[in-house]
Design a binder for this molecule. Structure first.
Ligand SMILES: [Fe+2]
Length: 221
């Protein structure tokens, strides 16, 4: 296992051997998923391969019937910048797969992917359609400043990995952008977002992190 870095990036052209989503899952399951927050470098290459097999994702999405979608939508959610479609969770290795369907320019609201933020997990992402500018930020006592040398535009077929603690954001999102994202097992139960680069971050807790508050609320009514 080698640590992922902001330069973890891969693009491939030509045909691949990923003929079905099950084959993709089988190859994912052979990668290393521990300790939480680590991303096997082979994942970025695998995602770039998947982007060559457009029918694999299309067939998968078309296979979701009404009964499937009723259950699937319990895990899907909408953000101000994109729809996060739940695709798959490996209950033993604990990685998760999502499709991120970005809203078109006029439909996006400020926040989420378009402000500096970090994550509860590391991730790898591949652009299936569209593209965006990917930007990193450094934090010091004065607030955040962009690491402009690391700004990069990603287009269809290009993949990258991101460590959970890195502050990043997307900009210049093309309309109809669609990405497939694989998340590592969760490292911590909150993420941070900066709506103002000179102020303190807003913390977003997941429901594991929120549970003590619920427990307190249900003890005291
Ligand atoms: Fe992000």
């Amino acid at each position: 296992m080698i640590p992922i870095s902001e330069s973890s990036f891969y693009s491939t052209q030509g045909s691949s051997l990923l003929r079905s989503f099950d084959k993709f899952l089988s190859r994912l399951s052979r990668l290393k998923w521990s300790p939480p927050g680590s991303i096997d470098p082979g994942l970025v290459c695998l995602l770039a391969e998947l982007a060559n097999e457009r029918a694999v994702i299309g067939n998968l999405v078309e296979s979701w019937d009404t009964e499937d979608l009723e259950k699937r939508q319990l895990r899907c959610h909408e953000t101000s910048t994109h729809y996060k479609w739940f695709v798959y969770y490996h209950k033993h290795l604990r990685y998760r797969i999502w499709l991120h369907q970005y809203k078109d320019t006029e439909a996006r609201q400020p926040g989420y992917a378009e402000v500096p933020h970090n994550h509860r997990y590391s991730l790898a992402s591949v652009v299936l359609r569209g593209g965006f500018e990917h930007r990193y930020f450094a934090r010091d006592v004065a607030g955040l400043s962009e690491i402009e040398s690391e700004r990069r535009f990603y287009v269809t077929g290009e993949a990258y990995a991101l460590e959970w603690q890195k502050l990043h954001m997307l900009s210049a999102l093309r309309d109809h952008t669609l990405t497939l994202v694989v998340e590592s097992p969760v490292v911590r139960n909150f993420s941070e977002a900066f709506y103002d680069v000179r102020s303190q971050p807003v913390l977003f807790h997941d429901f594991v992190g929120l549970h003590p508050r619920l427990a307190e609320a249900t003890r005291t009514w």
